[in-house]
Design a protein around this ligand. Sequence first.
Ligand code: ADP
Ligand code: GLC
Length: 480
Amino acid sequence: MQVKGRVLSVASECVPFIKTGGLADVVGALPAALAAFGWDMRVMLPGYRALRQRTAGWAEVWYESDLWGGEGRVLSGHLDGVDLLILDAPHLFDREGGPYGAHSGSGGDWWDNPQRFAALSWVAAKIARHGGLDGWKPDVLHCHDWQAGFAPAYLAYGGRAGVGSVMTIHNISFQGWARAGQLDDLRLPREHFHPGALEYYGNLSSLKAGLVTCDRITAVSPTYAADLVRAEAGLGLEGVIRARASVVSGVLNGVDTQVWSPEAEPVPYSAANLAGKAINRANLCAEFNVDVPGPLAIVVSRLTDQKGIDLLPQVIPDFIAQGGGLIVLGSGDQRLEWQMQELAWNFPGRVGLRIGYDEGMSHRLFAGADAVLVPSRFEPCGLTQMYGLRYGTLPVVSAVGGLADTVITANPAALSAGVATGIAFHPTDVPAFAIALRQLTALYADKPMWAKVQQRAMAQDVSWTASAAKYVALYEGIRG
Ligand code: ADP
Ligand code: GLC
């Protein structure tokens, strides 16, 4: 297929190389989704230790002698189906631990994160402006979250050279904060240090820098995009979003339907033949030593306040009394890990728990469970509710952000119109969640109705096709 345009995607995470959350899934899935439309996307990532070991023999397409205390090389190669540009700067990225700190997840950040991700952004902007040594030059620079936030700023302040820029907000609660005193060190022009540009409550935010200098802003769902103009969701950046409303849009994430397919599981099934799902359920119950007469629900999540995990101990006892059961797979805040541990101890045979991160197990959970619970306080998009739809594992979600955009709640009107795909509740609190779980139990008991909702859920298009088309339209509108 003829190449219609080129995009340099800049991010800190990308499946299957490095992941702490959904950002990685999205960055990893976009290149193939865009390729179907003739757009050529390369993903630029930091040369973390594990990635570095896989770049032997790759071509050097950029050299930077002075990158915050050392030199940096950009290596270009193709790995696991993705065209990558790896910023090899060992003094910044060749470290033991996770992408942001010594721990593998988030939290416990490195002190020099502003410089580390400024370096990534600096080099990305230069490659966008000049093209790499191999002649590859993008039409568009697509930056993800705070880690790439300085890239549109460096591009804008150093000369755009006909390159358009997009800043995508996956989660506005991470803002890339840095001290005002770091302005010069971060190579940002002093004359732009004012509230209308770089200044952020007296300091700096790389995300704000990107938001004020890019050509287009996207959020990962339409509802989240709309919510961001209010302080509760914008978390300090609502004024910036409001000021740039004319270039803001919401583009829903998709799911990699090759990776997330019930037909590709070890015991496969489909909407037409659900026999495999019953086998998966039995296997799952055996694996976790649970026996559940009613709906078997799962949670696959980072265990953080965002995700509403703290509500579970208050609603699950009643759910269990109604016949339900729960399996939790997740890791995160220690307090929440303990709460989950306590729940599992209190309800042996009904609650299963695995603290940790396990991709294979998450597949088994979606393939075997009846419902997936996503009681988030806010959710920019959310991916697990979409896995749930695809696997006929009905999503029970709080009606916020992308959860509200992807699940049609089984209220009487939706049921009689035949459009319900799950259960959504509002607000995110114990009474509303408890009622939603009662609704789930009742729906599960009504086998014909359950089957209808399940079929409807599995028929939803959660692929990237529609959203990739939206990104392409966006790119077309800003290319030089
Ligand atoms: P967020 O990015 O806010 O964590 P998303 O729903 O967008 O939320 O994406 C989370 C991704 O991480 C999904 O692909 C989900 O399956 C995966 N995930 C989260 N926790 C775990 C875990 N403990 N084990 C396996 N996969 C997990
Ligand atoms: C963030 C959000 C999540 C979203 C993901 C991918 O991690 O918390 O809702 O699905 O990014 O865009």
